[in-house]
Write a protein that binds this ligand. Structure first.
Ligand code: DX5
Ligand code: ZN
Length: 222
């Protein structure tokens, strides 16, 4: 479930870093290691220069394990594919402000479908681009790498955008969560938490850790 307030820390391992030949077992491993959510990185090979998986995999995870599914649509037409991800069992659906759709309308449709509503922006996209939508969302995802691949280096130039998102939330009396995704591990989590993030997506730093439970615990206790 989505935590009551943005003061709660959430650790969301990204399936992108898991062994795709053992998705059921990898998801179970993440749950037993203390994951709060599973972050599912959907890529269409058009919005980003990689293709990962679609609704069928989201459904497979939904049917094989019981965990909150945080579905990150890195696709050009999230409005067109939205019904299929809702039907597949997504709990939260995040769409990109840069994609080719009527953002406000897509966010409304996610809400009407009964899912939590997320909006994402890439490192190069000014934070002002999401300002018109802040009162429609439960979660703002500030990408801390250029999306497409796991294992990339964290981009510290995104930190001021996280700080600005937190400032707007306080000024406007809103309650959206701030999520970060890309290059998040023990070395970089401190900075994003200090800037205002409370939901940490971590792929390689959790799934590739010698001890996944220890990696998740360390991120949670920072
Ligand atoms: C976009 C993806 C990755 C992934 C996390 O490329 O969203 O950022 O989730 O990858 P790590 O945690 O391995 O950087
Ligand atoms: Zn993601």
């Amino acid at each position: 479930m989505i935590p009551r307030t943005y003061k709660d820390r959430v650790i969301a391992p990204s399936l992108l870093a898991a062994d795709f030949g053992r998705i059921r077992e990898e998801t179970t491993r993440a749950i037993h290691a203390g994951a709060d959510w599973m972050h599912l990185d959907v890529m269409d090979g058009h919005f980003v220069d990689n293709i990962s998986f679609g609704p069928a995999i989201v459904q497979a995870v939904h049917e094989s394990n019981d965990i909150f599914l945080d579905v990150h649509l890195m696709i050009s037409r999230p409005d067109h594919f939205l019904p299929r991800f809702v039907a597949a069992g997504a709990d939260l659906i995040t769409v990109h402000v840069e994609a080719d759709h009527d953002v406000a309308n897509t966010l409304l449709r996610i809400r009407e479908a009964g899912c939590q509503v997320g909006l994402a922006l890439n490192p190069a996209t000014p934070i002002e681009s999401v300002e018109p939508y802040l009162n429609q969302i439960d979660l703002l995802l500030c990408m801390t790498v250029v999306p497409g691949f796991g294992g990339q280096a964290f981009m510290p130039e995104v930190l001021p955008k996280i700080e600005q998102a937190k400032k707007w939330r306080d000024q406007l009396g809103l309650s959206y969560h701030i999520e970060v995704d890309g290059g998040i591990g023990l070395k970089t989590a401190q900075a994003v938490i200090a800037a205002g993030a409370n939901i940490l997506v971590a792929g390689s730093s959790t799934f590739n850790a010698p001890d996944m439970a220890e990696a998740i615990r360390s991120l949670r206790n920072l």
